[in-house]
Design a protein around this ligand. Structure first.
Ligand code: APR
Length: 256
């Protein structure tokens, strides 16, 4: 892992340099090097250790909000401690060269923290809460969570609030999905970073990209179901491959 194939790297740099608009589709892998577990990694993945039915469904929240909040507060603490990594920073830096929209499945808020300016959060955001009754929204500070704090209640109606996250069986936020699809239609180059491409409808965006005219570059240390169909596969970690691509663009003569 992490030895970038020079041929693949050069092809990726050419595609990025030739692009006017870039869409980056990101998943849990881009935050892995911040010490934030991914979902499906054997043993270490969250779903190898916890059951999604007990933690990431509206039914689980209705049945045991304490347990669900305990788990999200634990994840908030991991995210606050881990912070952004070189992969997040490189995607933000890519905006120096091209228009970049990020459509992310991640709820950690780290793309915004790294300075990216155009982000569609397909699965919500762990730092936002919404009322489970009246849907009033609030946002909390990025900080390790006090796990003994009382469960948050809605300031408007007093009902329990829940993390503003898309749980299994729930619809994606229409505006975020629309912006991801618009980004896909306008992109000349699509970066697919750190996702196993197993969860829909986000995985369908990748399939649409592959079927379309844009050049698709996958960044993932492991193969995924789309690895044989993308134009360029960089078998490396995000925080290794993405800075290398941006450094090559920095070194190349400007072509805007
Ligand atoms: N750099 C790049 N990719 C990495 C790295 C890394 N350092 N480490 C792991 N990966 C890759 C893994 O090889 C895997 O393909 O990231 C991918 C993570 O896959 P998942 O754990 O399935 O995460 P993701 O695709 O984001 O899951 C989608 O599923 O459970 C739901 O809502 C949750 O948003 C999540 C969705």
């Amino acid at each position: 892992m992490n030895e970038l194939d020079t041929h693949a790297r050069d092809a990726a740099v050419r595609a990025l340099a030739d692009a006017r608009r870039i869409l980056a589709l990101t998943g849990a892998g881009i935050s892995a090097e911040s010490g934030i577990p991914t979902f499906r990694e054997a043993q270490t993945g969250l779903w190898a250790r916890f059951s999604p039915e007990d933690l990431a469904t509206p039914e689980a929240f209705a049945c045991d909000p304490e347990r669900v909040w305990g788990w999200y507060r634990w994840r908030r603490t991991l995210i606050a401690r881990g912070g952004v990594n070189a992969g997040h920073e490189a995607l933000a830096a890519l905006e120096r060269h091209r228009d970049v929209r990020i459509a992310t499945q991640n709820v950690d808020g780290l793309h915004a923290a790294a300075g990216s300016s155009d982000i569609a959060e397909l699965h919500g955001n762990i730092w936002r809460e919404r009322c489970s009754a009246c849907a009033a929204n609030t946002t909390t500070a990025v900080a390790p969570a006090d796990e003994d704090a009382p469960l948050p209640a809605c300031s408007r109606c007093g009902a329990p609030t829940r993390p503003d996250i898309v749980w299994f069986g729930e619809m994606l936020p229409a505006d975020a999905l629309a912006r991801a699809e618009q980004g896909l239609n306008e992109a000349d180059c699509v970066l697919v970073v750190g996702t196993s491409n197993r969860v829909y409808p986000a995985a369908a965006l990748v399939e649409t990209a592959i079927a379309g005219p844009a050049t698709v570059i996958e960044v993932n240390p492991e193969a995924t179901p789309v690895s044989t169909a993308v134009d360029v596969a960089l078998r490396a970690s995000a925080s290794h491959a993405l800075p290398a691509l941006v450094a090559a663009l920095d070194a190349a003569p400007a072509r805007r």
